[in-house]
Structures are given as C-alpha cells and as structure tokens.
Design a protein around this ligand. Structure first.
Ligand code: CAA
Length: 258
C-alpha cells in the first residue's frame, strides 16, 4: 500500500485518480512519494480499464516542490547516486493522458510535475512558480525547459530567476493552464475532461498524445513523418472502422480499444 498517495483506479468509468497525500507538508515531493507515483502510473498505464489519469493534490496544495528537508544535507555526489530524475523520466513516459488538477501551490517540482501532465485544470486559487532560486538552486525536473516551451523565454526567465509565483489567471493567459474553475470544482472538472477523453478510442488517444509530444522532441520534418505513420497505423484498428461507420450511420461510436 502506498504511504504518500491515494490511488483510485475507477474514479469514473475508465478514469483513474492519483492523489498526492502529504497534506501537512503541502505535498512536498520526497523520493518515496515520487516512487509511489511512478509505480502507480506504471500499473495504471498497463490497466485496460483505465484510459485517462487525473493527478491532484488537495485544495491548499498540488505540491510545494521537492522535499527541501530531505535534500538539504545532500552533496552533489549523493544527488548523482540517488538519481531521482530517472523516476521522473518514467512518469514522463506514461502513455495514457495525464491531467493535472491543480489547486493552491504548484511550486518547483510541483509545477514541474503539473507540466509533465498533458493538460492542467486549475482552481481560482492555484499559484504556479519555480522558486528554487530562493533556496540557492534552480529547477532540476524539467522546469527550465518545459516552462520555457510552454510560456516563452522571457516570462520563463522571469519566473525562474526571481522565483515569483503567478496566479491561475496569469498562468492561463500564458497557456500553462487549460481552464480555471471555482475551487470546489477543480477535481470534478479534471475528471470530466478525463472522462471525455476516455470516451474516445484509447489507441487513437495514445498515438495522438505521442505525436503531439514529438513537437517538443523532434525537428518538424521527422515529427511530421512520425505523425503520418501513427495516422496510417490507426487504420489497423477496429476503432477506426467503428468510428467511421458510426459517423456514416449517424450514431454514437462504441470504442473498444482494439
Ligand atoms: N519541502 C519540505 N517541506 C515543505 C515544503 C517543501 N518544498 N514546502 C512546504 N513545506 C512544509 C513546511 O516546512 C511546513 O512544515 P512545518 O509545519 O513542519 O514547518 C509545512 O509544509 C507548511 O508550510 P508553510 O508553513 O511554509 O506554509 P505557508 O503557507 O506559510 O507557505 C509556501 C507556503 C509559500 C509554499 C512555503 O511553504 C514555501 O515556500 N515552500 C517551499 C517552496 C519551494 O521552494 N519549492 C521548491 C523546492 S526545490 C525543487 O522543487 C527542486 C526541483 O526542481 C525538483
């Protein structure tokens, strides 16, 4: 049983929920918690009854960053040997869509975890930031790269070099947040978005996610080629036959993930 997270593999049909659960520490991401998220996502990714995954904290905090108390006494060689970011690499490789439901603080590693997710639903109280500079370090779980790609160089530079937080409104204006809702709805809204995605063909969803992410990882020509191969591949699925037949017959498609 995990100690620092709660996992519900069917919070709604085909939708799983992973909740960070260290409320007293504002869900600070210690190594154990990150390993638990990794294990949970590996198992949910392999579960055919799960098609989309919501990751949340609680109303006060999504996560206030890596656990500073756990890191404070470490040397560079300790950090190298522990190599915590291989855990993050595994999380990043989750094939199913990940939706972050963010309320309160999403700081440092918390902001980085939200950015590994594919979409972010925020409550009106959400605050995002990369405040590592205030404790003598810098983002290490992708913050300098993902934030820059999402919100642009100048704004990312401002957040990373000053450590200041931005509101949900500002984060949305910069494209970091998909939608803002009142605090009581941040989780239900994320689950509704996940449910919508879970009603599509899960194979098409996976291939589409993989293709969108290539926009960050490959030059355009190669990425277009990759996209094309995935598009062609989907014509091998029963879901493609069903989806197109349903359109022609003017009925709702029933996707089976085959
Ligand atoms: N690590 C460990 N403990 C943390 C923590 C963190 N990142 N963030 C908060 N906590 C703990 C506090 O120490 C406090 O515990 P105690 O009650 O035992 O003292 C408890 O959570 C509540 O926090 P505060 O009393 O500080 O609450 P607040 O409302 O006054 O302030 C806050 C909230 C502004 C988020 C403040 O807690 C804060 O600045 N936290 C640190 C944020 C930060 O610097 N994050 C980056 C971490 S480094 C990183 O993430 C590296 C990376 O790239 C992976």
């Amino acid at each position: 049983m995990p100690e620092f997270i709660l996992v519900n593999s069917q919070v709604a049909p085909f939708v799983a929920h992973v909740q960070l659960n260290r409320p007293k520490e504002l869900n600070a991401l210690n190594l154990e918690l990150m390993l638990e998220i990794k294990e949970a996502l590996l198992s949910l990714d392999a579960d055919p009854n799960v098609r989309a995954i919501v990751i949340s904290g609680n109303e006060r905090a999504f996560a206030a960053g890596a656990d500073i108390k756990q890191m404070a006494g470490r040397t560079a060689i300790d950090m190298l040997i522990i190599d915590q970011f291989t855990t993050w690499d595994s999380i990043r490789k989750t094939k199913k869509p990940l939706i972050a439901a963010v309320s309160g603080f999403a700081l440092g590693g918390g902001c980085e975890l939200a950015m590994i997710c594919d979409m972010i639903i925020a409550s009106e109280t959400a605050q995002f930031g990369q405040p590592e500079i205030n404790i003598g370090v810098m983002p290490g779980a992708g913050g300098t790269q993902r934030l820059t790609r999402i919100i642009g160089k100048n704004k990312a530079m401002e957040l990373v070099l000053t450590g200041k937080f931005i509101s949900a409104e500002e984060a949305k204006a910069y494209g970091l947040v998909n939608k803002i809702v009142p605090v009581e709805f941040f989780l239900s809204e994320a689950i509704a978005l996940a449910s919508d995605i879970a009603s599509k063909s899960p194979i098409a969803v996976q291939m589409a996610k993989e293709s969108v992410l290539k926009a960050y990882e490959m030059p355009l020509q190669e990425a277009l080629f990759f996209e094309r191969k995935n598009f062609y591949m989907l014509f091998a699925t029963e879901d493609q036959k069903e989806g197109m037949a349903a359109f022609v017959e003017k009925r709702k498609a029933e996707f089976k993930g085959k």
